[in-house]
Design a protein around this ligand. Sequence first.
Ligand SMILES: CC(C)(COP(=O)(O)OP(=O)(O)OC[C@H]1O[C@@H](n2cnc3c(N)ncnc32)[C@H](O)[C@@H]1OP(=O)(O)O)[C@@H](O)C(=O)NCCC(=O)NCCS
Length: 398
Amino acid sequence: MPADIEILTDAADLRTAQQVFRTAMIGVPQLDAEAADGLNEPGRTLGARSDGELIGTANSYTSWLVVPGGERLPHAAVTHVGVLPTHTRQGVVTALLRRQLADIAERGEIVASLRATQGGIYERFGYGIAGSAARLEIDRRRARFRDTVPAAGPVRLLAPADAWEVPAKIYATAGVSWVGAIDRPAQWWRLQQLMRGQGHVAVHGDPASEDGFVRYRGVESAEWSRSPQRTMVVDDLIATTDAAYAGLLRHVLAADIVDSVVIPAAAPDAPLRHLLTDERAVAVTEIRDETWLRLIDAPAALNRRAYNPGPPVVLGITDPILPANTATYRITQDGASVVDDPADLTTDIATLAAAYLGGTPWRHLTLAGRVTEHRPGAAAAADVLFAVEDHPFSGTYF
Ligand SMILES: CC(C)(COP(=O)(O)OP(=O)(O)OC[C@H]1O[C@@H](n2cnc3c(N)ncnc32)[C@H](O)[C@@H]1OP(=O)(O)O)[C@@H](O)C(=O)NCCC(=O)NCCS
């Protein structure tokens, strides 16, 4: 049995927790002690010990998550999960994540989410893949904008001194509202600054009312000045209006010196290719899971998202870890309520999470045997209620 799980408060323990995570990850560099300070939000870092030494950790941040209909639900952004390679397969992460789920529920947060480094771990704890991201590779010379794309507003480059503060302010004030978007706490910005370095930042819109920004850099190469094949990576692209989206991409694709532009995490249904005269200038080279979602308070989560008009569906849900979620829910276009009716569809809490943001069709989950259909046509009816306009996408890696 693993050691007890505790909330870490001591500054030295919090530093060690960062080291444990980074050692567990193998390829993520260590931070020096000063840099590690202040990266963990007080009261949210869990530690597991063996013989007094920290050997496992799990952390989270206070955040929000946008759900269909636009509401921002109280959300725990789960991160820094790791167990030292000398102590794996002893149930340590199981103990950490179960305790973490109980703590998040205790705080009254309605959902939790994470980005997984491995696909086989989190479903057992009730997390399901609710949103995905695409890697775009753009042949910059072929990427010409159509004459019909409307003119954008002003785009300006930020001075290095403003390159973190101004984007953080834009993100907080520009009305981020797409389904799957999350709040970025101060610690997130600090960690980005530490890990990503400077890069270049352009913003769209008039000063103090900007509606988007883009952060990009050249792929490091000793031969950058003479290279025949230079690549730019877009680390962050936030646009809260169509004009910002087009204007910032025009800016990026106007960089004469680069041959290709890589956007490692774009919305899978990003409209960029439609803006270009040759759609093949944009290649989607990967689609991968982004948001792993956990419904902490399923009744509240189901009730606070919007549904489309359509016949009601009754869902039977089981959750062995947070048993208050085990219930039968009637979903109508007006919301969700707990009922005693027989279920049309039965499934577990992780599968419900996969469908919750509208990004995974109930019919596909039924095809996989993850949902049992007790009334023919119920999965298709649930798809009508749950469907969303744009694929759920966050754009924030943590
Ligand atoms: C992944 C990791 C956290 C697992 O920790 P752990 O303490 O060994 O996990 P547990 O012993 O509690 O095992 C939990 C279950 O997951 C399974 N499991 C653990 N690691 C697994 C893996 N890499 N692939 C598939 N299953 C795995 C275990 O077999 C166990 O299954 P069971 O409940 O059916 O017996 C640990 O290996 C680690 O730190 N890896 C590197 C860092 C990392 O990937 N962190 C995640 C960042 S998001």
